[in-house]
Unconditional design. Sequence first.
Length: 128
Amino acid sequence: MITGSNDTSMLANRSGIGKPPHLTSGDGAIIIAMKPTITAQDIQAMVSHWLSTPPNGYLGSDYGADPQSLLQNPMAAGIGDAFIGKMRTDVPALEAMPAGAVNVFYVDALPDRRELIVDVAGWQERVS
């Protein structure tokens, strides 16, 4: 909160002049208006972003996925569970979902193609 009666920035903050539209004023304090809930579309966008970001794509962070590495390994090797675990770690909104809501599986396509599918609560993202 801004203090001082002769401060012109205090008047600007109380009147709302010069503030970004996501800030509101109440009793001299600045309150950030936040979106109340995370929607299914938000989670889909987060997972799509995670799948399209290469591992270590952000400096100093291991955020990201390498779905292509799953294609040449048997699913029985347990790497699918590690993939889901990393996805839940990198996208914290998935932690609130039940255990069976996030799945990884593949479908063989002719003649020699395998498509990886990431399923999040019924929404599927194909990764070729």
